[in-house]
Ligand binder design. Structure first.
Ligand SMILES: O=C(O)CCC(=O)C(=O)O
Ligand SMILES: [Fe+2]
Length: 261
């Protein structure tokens, strides 16, 4: 893994060593304080750039154009009237490649490296994390060109793990509002306020290539703002769950990837 990751700064290959424990402690503190942590330059920038180059053709010919209007839940909500402000819909548009379209990539190597899941589980204080069984959803790579965006949503998994491969010239910021809801309180009024642009506690950050970003995606509302300029924003998303063998449903796969298998 030394060839693709900066393990001198981030010793993921030495679980439970004093340096590994120090790093885990720092990540836990950042998660508590900010709902997020970043490992800036975990993947070597040259490897990230090479991955982008290798995916140019598949993005041109095989990628799914994920383009739709959706609400923050990606579905109707039974407790809410359809005209409730928490169900406001927005446009998403990006191109998505799935794990089955990037065989042999550095991204899949990282995803399947057991020390990666072990490190992530320690940072989020869970006993263990498992890779998905879903052949499409395990690792996704999204490319956003000028004008494209991923709009407000919550994720399915507790935590979300991304790695930026290429930064846009402008725009393409990651905007998030930590703990907008909880597992017991959907906070529909707070959601409506955020969607009206009236939540002063939302933050926006830009990532640099090679940075690992981990945040509490299930209860953190988040979006990617429209990309500006001619350089695409390219980002990998790794999906881990607390249970083994998780798969998306057929309708989720159709919605996100335009195909079920
Ligand atoms: O592109 C990003 O930074 C976030 C991606 C994301 O939120 C998702 O795939 O669910
Ligand atoms: Fe997300």
């Amino acid at each position: 893994m030394h060839d693709i990751l900066d393990l001198d700064r981030f010793p993921l290959h030495r679980p439970n060593s004093p340096e590994w424990r120090t790093l885990v402690k720092q990540c836990r503190a950042d998660l508590r304080a900010e709902g997020m942590f970043n490992l800036d330059g975990l993947m070597r920038p040259a490897i990230a750039a090479q991955a982008v180059k290798e995916m140019e053709d598949p993005f041109q010919s095989d990628a799914f154009l994920h383009e739709r209007m959706h609400n923050i839940y990606f579905k109707p909500v039974e407790d809410l009237p359809p005209d409730h402000a928490a169900l406001t819909t927005f446009q998403t548009s990006n191109k998505t490649l799935c794990a089955d379209q990037i065989p042999g990539s550095a991204l899949l190597r990282l995803y399947e490296w057991p020390e990666f899941a072990q490190f992530l589980a320690a940072t989020i204080e869970m006993p263990q994390l498992y890779v998905m069984a879903d052949p499409l959803a395990r690792v996704n790579v999204m490319s956003y060109q000028k004008g494209q965006a991923l709009n407000w949503h919550f994720d399915r998994s507790e935590f979300t793990t991304t790695l930026l491969l290429q930064a846009p010239d402008h725009g393409g910021g990651f905007e998030y509002r930590t703990d907008l809801r909880s597992d017991t309180d959907p906070n529909y009024d707070g959601v409506a306020k955020l969607l009206r642009g009236e939540d002063p506690t939302s933050n926006i950050i830009t990532l640099t290539p090679g940075t690992l970003n981990v945040f509490k995606g299930k209860n953190t509302a988040h979006r990617v703002t429209p990309v500006l300029g001619d350089t695409n924003r390219v980002i990998a998303v790794f999906s881990f769950f607390e249970q083994p063998d998780v798969q998306f449903s057929e309708s989720e796969r159709l919605g996100f990837y335009g195909r079920a298998s």
